[in-house]
Design a protein around this ligand. Sequence first.
Ligand SMILES: *[C@@H]1O[C@H](CO)[C@@H](O)[C@H](O)[C@H]1NC(C)=O
Ligand SMILES: *[C@@H]1O[C@H](CO)[C@@H](O)[C@H](O)[C@H]1NC(C)=O
Ligand SMILES: *[C@@H]1O[C@H](CO)[C@@H](O)[C@H](O)[C@H]1NC(C)=O
Ligand SMILES: *[C@@H]1O[C@H](CO)[C@@H](O)[C@H](O)[C@H]1NC(C)=O
Ligand SMILES: *[C@@H]1O[C@H](CO)[C@@H](O)[C@H](O)[C@H]1NC(C)=O
Ligand SMILES: *[C@@H]1O[C@H](CO)[C@@H](O)[C@H](O)[C@H]1NC(C)=O
Ligand SMILES: *[C@@H]1O[C@H](CO)[C@@H](O)[C@H](O)[C@H]1NC(C)=O
Length: 250
Amino acid sequence: MLFLLLVLSVLGGGSCSSPDVQCLIINLEYLKCTWSHGKLPEVNYTFSFKFSPMRNYMNCSRYLQEGGPNIGCIIDKPDRFKKLYINLSHSNGTRVWDQQFDMVNKVKLNPPHNLSVEVNRQNQELWLYWNHSVKSNCRENQVMYRRNEESQWQFSTLLPADFYSLPQASLKSQYEFKVKTRVSNTCGMSEFWSDWGPPVWWYPAEQSNQTGPELGVDFQHKDRDAVTPGRKVLYPVMEHLPPRGHGVSV
Ligand SMILES: *[C@@H]1O[C@H](CO)[C@@H](O)[C@H](O)[C@H]1NC(C)=O
Ligand SMILES: *[C@@H]1O[C@H](CO)[C@@H](O)[C@H](O)[C@H]1NC(C)=O
Ligand SMILES: *[C@@H]1O[C@H](CO)[C@@H](O)[C@H](O)[C@H]1NC(C)=O
Ligand SMILES: *[C@@H]1O[C@H](CO)[C@@H](O)[C@H](O)[C@H]1NC(C)=O
Ligand SMILES: *[C@@H]1O[C@H](CO)[C@@H](O)[C@H](O)[C@H]1NC(C)=O
Ligand SMILES: *[C@@H]1O[C@H](CO)[C@@H](O)[C@H](O)[C@H]1NC(C)=O
Ligand SMILES: *[C@@H]1O[C@H](CO)[C@@H](O)[C@H](O)[C@H]1NC(C)=O
């Protein structure tokens, strides 16, 4: 009898189980909590939150909606070093779920931007640079790159600064680079990496005044270090290249 009751309560609990709420701090700018995860919730939940147990809950002021019910909430200026208390309830108030989250390590940054490649011909090095809105001493980075399209992706070690140098580069080859970043140990290590940012390419000079290899875009290459070999110079490498077939001139 007891067993049956247990089974029944488990089964009964299934449909009313606590909604799976996931919260992330996006780019250290805002907090995003979601509870739909691909499928529309059957219930239109009401979301409230607070950053201190002593306070009153505040109602969500920016719901994420997708064709009807609320599927998430955006909270501006979160304090990630304080515990997040959430209260999700049926909009008719009949059921309430309270949960607590530690947000310190739940940060997902935007990918780095403004990638550029420089070459040091004398040392056969390619240098990759990028920018990010979060200061660099709060982040660590990783670069992935491949020589030619057929090659395996290679991954750098974790990089404390916003540049990477690829030694022993084959300057007769094409290289493709991508970068990702995350909050580092110095600022409360995040469990999450950013997505990989858009790629940037380096082309050998021989290919540069042809149409970019298989890219269908015009690409002008100015070999500015021809005059002073070995000096690091900025190459006009394509940034944030659109998908193939969308022609742009650089
Ligand atoms: C939140 O919304 C509920 C229902 O609309 C309302 O009763 C309550 O006063 C609101 N709370 C705050 C802090 O605004
Ligand atoms: C869900 O509730 C929100 C307010 O929290 C309301 O704006 C929205 O219209 C509701 N959606 C549905 C499908 O009831
Ligand atoms: C959670 O929200 C519901 C509906 O807004 C409210 O009735 C309930 O008191 C809240 N729970 C807590 C612990 O404040
Ligand atoms: C509240 O909503 C739930 C889910 O839609 C429903 O099962 C329940 O009957 C509602 N309660 C009231 C008092 O309307
Ligand atoms: C991106 O690069 C451009 C030109 O190289 C520069 O003007 C701009 O300030 C850079 N953006 C950031 C966020 O550093
Ligand atoms: C962007 O990166 C370049 C190259 O590393 C650097 O010179 C510049 O200061 C950076 N801009 C910002 C806003 O950090
Ligand atoms: C680049 O273009 C110029 C003029 O179109 C041509 O003379 C030269 O041979 C080309 N260089 C290469 C490496 O293809």
